[in-house]
Design a protein around this ligand. Structure first.
Ligand code: ZN
Ligand code: ZN
Length: 171
């Protein structure tokens, strides 16, 4: 049996990221671009937010906007190549969010006007939950999955929450 070396000092791995300053209320005066050059640090041409300010999922066709509503539900809107909303066709969506040992499953209902899918359940409390969005374009189509960490913190350098952030900084 091997003996572990006794190290009680904090390793660098525990402090890779400095903590972010607390989010300020969004007023034009507080909009801070000081740490960051637009056109250099921001790759707006590549990363774009959806028409509602949500995250655009491009691994599925047509693309889908993942947006967290003020009441903590998820709204999925499908988008055309111009990033404009299109009606829901035969697509179905399911989301698994949160701790792997105790995940929250979200099921979706199509809006009466077919314009979006809205989750029947709310997201789990807390932040930075691993999230898996599963799409089926038609009932017979293979499932397409998008995985990301759902960070609901306001981005300090753009007008979106981090899950929909259009900046090129790492998260
Ligand atoms: Zn960001
Ligand atoms: Zn940003």
């Amino acid at each position: 049996m091997k003996k572990k070396p006794l190290t009680t000092t904090t390793t660098a791995a525990n402090q890779t990221k400095p903590p972010k300053p607390p989010a300020k209320p969004t007023t034009p005066a507080n909009h801070d671009h000081s740490g960051h050059e637009h056109g250099e640090g921001c790759s707006h041409a590549k990363k774009i937010a959806g028409p509602n300010g949500g995250r655009v999922i491009t691994s599925v066709e047509p693309h889908a906007e993942f947006f967290v509503t003020p009441d903590n539900k998820v709204r999925i809107t499908f988008l055309n190549e111009q990033n404009q909303p299109i009606p829901v066709a035969e697509q179905t969506v399911g989301i698994v969010c949160g701790d792997r040992s105790n995940p929250t499953t979200l099921t979706f209902t199509k809006a009466a006007d077919n314009n979006f899918l809205l989750s029947n359940e709310t997201l789990p409390a807390g932040n930075n939950h691993p999230t898996i969005v599963s799409f089926k374009t038609t009932p017979a189509a293979p499932t397409v999955r998008a995985k990301f960490i759902l960070n609901l913190t306001d981005c300090p350098t753009c007008d979106h929450k981090e899950y929909a952030c259009t900046c090129s900084h790492s998260h």
